[in-house]
Design a protein around this ligand. Structure first.
Ligand code: SAH
Length: 224
């Protein structure tokens, strides 16, 4: 029975595709312009990341719980951060906060090579076994991503999908020249989206709107 439900949920039906199309239209109206990003949102079946009970909400432009007190980010937020990263095919991208794996799937659709770090052991295990079943294969890393991933640096792009108290210097250190870091920075409840571009070792900072992420934990994050 459980098995049947799983298989059923994995189907990408006409209805789900229609809802996804509507979501893309909504993102366009909200200001997302990058066609490659919009087309990635149109491809990734967000409903398969949802538990049965929340399934009807999969294509609403909202964040939802994914267990362990964590969330799958709002589609607008995913699209906003991804657009700011200006992903090119073959970019080496570091994601801090794997969560459900939805954001990683979007980055992979754009042709990036993705390293994704998760600090919650259960979520790490769950997503590591789930995401490849959809054909998405990032490198999964368990650990504290507030220090980046020195062993695999430098990265063309770094995306942090949890709210940080400060910009961890390890992350700007691990950016390649002309690299881009996108990170929400603020207090535990709301954060300002910050984009850092590295140009000949200089760091150029741009600030955007307020967002609400779950806290980035760890050494350069918030206390547990
Ligand atoms: N990108 C995810 C959303 C993640 S929610 C998605 O698309 O679904 C934020 C995630 O960051 C949570 O799973 C949380 O466990 C994780 N996290 C928090 N602090 C972290 C840290 N220091 N290193 C790695 N992951 C962290």
């Amino acid at each position: 029975m459980g098995r049947f439900i799983t298989l059923y949920m994995r189907q990408d039906s006409y209805k789900q595709r229609g809802l996804r199309n509507k979501l893309v239209k909504k993102l366009r109206l909200k200001g997302i312009k990058d066609e490659a990003v919009l087309s990635a949102v149109n491809k990734v079946p967000r409903h398969v990341f949802f538990d049965d009970a929340l399934l009807p909400h999969a294509y609403e432009d909202k964040a939802f719980p994914i267990g362990e007190g964590q969330t799958i980010s709002q589609p607008y937020t995913v699209a906003f951060q991804t657009e700011k990263l200006e992903i090119k095919k073959g970019d080496k991208v570091l994601e801090i906060g794997t969560g459900s794996g939805y954001q990683a799937a979007i980055l992979l659709e754009l042709g990036a090579t993705v390293y994704t770090v998760e600090f919650n052991r259960n979520l790490f295990e769950k997503t590591k076994s789930f995401l490849p079943q959809l054909g998405y294969n990032p490198f999964f890393v368990y650990g504290d991503g507030s220090k980046g991933l020195a062993a695999k640096a430098p990265f063309d792009k770094i995306i942090v999908t949890a709210g940080a108290p400060v910009i961890p210097s390890a992350l700007t250190d691990q950016l390649s020249d002309h690299g881009i870091l996108i990170i929400p920075v603020g207090n535990r409840d709301t954060q300002k989206m910050v984009k850092i571009t590295k140009k000949n070792t200089k760091l150029i900072k741009e600030e955007f709107d307020q967002f609400a992420f779950v806290p980035l934990l760890g050494e350069d994050g918030w206390e547990m």
